[in-house]
Design a protein around this ligand. Structure first.
Ligand code: C2E
Ligand code: SIN
Ligand code: SIN
Ligand code: FE
Ligand code: FE
Length: 381
């Protein structure tokens, strides 16, 4: 599948960057390593690592079939937390003993995939026992995806963007209300609006596709919002809403870290992503947040995503509200066209109702399950 030697130097520098930002938040993670899988030979090889102090492995090589615990993770797509490696001291696995000997006490391991095929594993190791609490793992979930994106990007540039979507998908499982199905739908509404406006606004196919790919990341900053605010069943107080609004700035900070770490591959298009994250709560009349900019000063990709996001937020249940009917949701959008929303974006959505309903039918369930999926919907939505 891959030649492991290509680009190893620059990827290593990138991994070290990611590790450095990670350690600002999670200082206890002393080691990050990536093993890449070669399906031709069934071999796992340590591709790169970023380590403080002694490296436990110069080069790690094993047949996946000989490491049943990792083979099982690869099959099940699950992550593994080992709270105390000491418990495995008697394990026959050479690498477990080496990790212990070099002072590591707990670990978190996650397989990653490209187009559904195992691509490798990301390993995070700490010298503290039981370092990988729920909170730590929640943050790592983002980083392990950034890292897998970086590795896949280095090895197969064309697949990089798909992985960006996988990041969003992973994020969507972090919190109940921001489900995979919400992201499936809102990104398709956004693409539909972009396509509808393409001629008039002079948008090329690439722009339309990037809006689709990046729209699911609009709320990436919500991972930094505490559960007691994000999952609150009732209305937010003014103070809580203040915290909530910070998801925009937090999201921008995350995207900027990503941009720093990835450099070239993503650089040309990172502005589209950044604009979506930064401006999706701005209002056409300037009454939005955080910047309060207005009209066409708001980048088009953000005006599009705002309509797509709110329409889907309205028509689905949230911890703080019931689902509205399409009728009511379109009525609100129409009311707010030219005020909160770009009227052209609202019109692009509301003039395509059958298309909207097909998207809703196809991605009806939350958590990404496809109930009610019919052959008829196989056409490109
Ligand atoms: P979200 O749930 O993804 O909603 C995105 C946007 O959809 C909201 O941005 C708002 O513009 C619109 N929206 C959602 N539900 C309604 C609704 O019932 N009525 C109207 N008129 N608009 C709606 P906004 O207001 O900036 O909120 C950002 C995020 O803050 C929301 O994202 C949600 O996570 C949280 N949030 C907002 N209000 C509440 C609340 O009362 N309780 C809780 N627990 N969370 C809230
Ligand atoms: C590695 O890190 O090189 C693979 C072995 C492990 O960490 O369990
Ligand atoms: C095993 O090798 O079967 C257990 C230890 C590990 O996979 O890290
Ligand atoms: Fe948001
Ligand atoms: Fe949303």
């Amino acid at each position: 599948m891959i030649g492991v030697s290509t680009d190893a130097t620059s990827v290593r520098a990138q991994l070290e960057n990611v590790h450095a930002s990670l350690r600002e938040e999670l200082p206890g993670i002393e080691r990050v390593a990536v093993a890449v899988y070669d399906d031709r030979t069934d071999m796992l090889e340590t591709f790169i690592h970023s380590t403080d102090g002694d490296a436990p492995f110069a080069l790690y090589e094993a047949k996946l079939a000989d490491v049943p615990s990792l083979a099982e993770l690869a099959r099940s797509h699950e992550e593994r937390i080992i709270g105390d490696l000491e418990a495995l001291r008697r394990s026959p696995a050479h690498h477990t003993r080496r990790l212990l000997e070099t002072g590591y006490r707990s670990s978190y391991t996650k397989p990653f995939y490209d187009h559904g095929e195992l691509f490798g594993f990301v390993f995070f190791d700490s010298q503290q026992t039981h370092y990988f609490t729920d909170t730590v793992v929640r943050h790592l979930s983002l980083y392990s995806h950034l890292i897998s994106l970086l590795i896949i990007n280095a090895l197969t540039p064309a697949s990089m963007l798909r992985s960006a979507v996988d990041i969003a998908r992973e994020m969507s499982h972090l919190r109940d209300e921001e489900t995979g199905a919400h992201l499936d739908r809102m990104s398709r509404y956004a693409r539909m609006i972009a396509r509808t406006l393409a001629d008039r606004e002079g948008l090329d196919d690439e722009f339309v596709e990037f809006v689709f790919l990046f729209a699911p990341l609009h709320d990436v900053g919500k991972i930094a919002v505490p559960d007691r605010v994000l999952l609150k069943p009732g209305r937010l107080t003014a103070a809580e809403f203040e915290i909530m609004r910070s998801h925009v700035d937090k999201g921008v900070a995350i995207i900027d870290k990503m941009a720093d770490s990835f450099g070239v591959g993503l650089a040309q298009h990172i502005d589209i992503l950044r604009n979506i994250v930064q401006f999706h709560h701005e209002s056409f009349d300037g009454s939005g947040y955080p910047a309060g900019i207005a009209g066409r000063d708001i980048p088009l990709e953000a005006r599009i995503v705002s309509v797509a996001d709110v329409f889907d937020a309205l028509t689905t249940r949230r911890p703080y509200k019931e689902a509205w009917s399409n009728e009511d949701a379109f009525a609100l959008l129409d009311d707010l066209a030219g005020k909160k929303f770009d009227a052209d974006c609202v019109e692009a959505l509301s003039s395509n109702r059958p298309w909207v309903e097909r998207i809703q039918d196809r991605f009806r369930l939350t958590h990404g399950a496809f109930e009610g999926f019919h052959e008829a919907y196989l056409e490109d939505l």
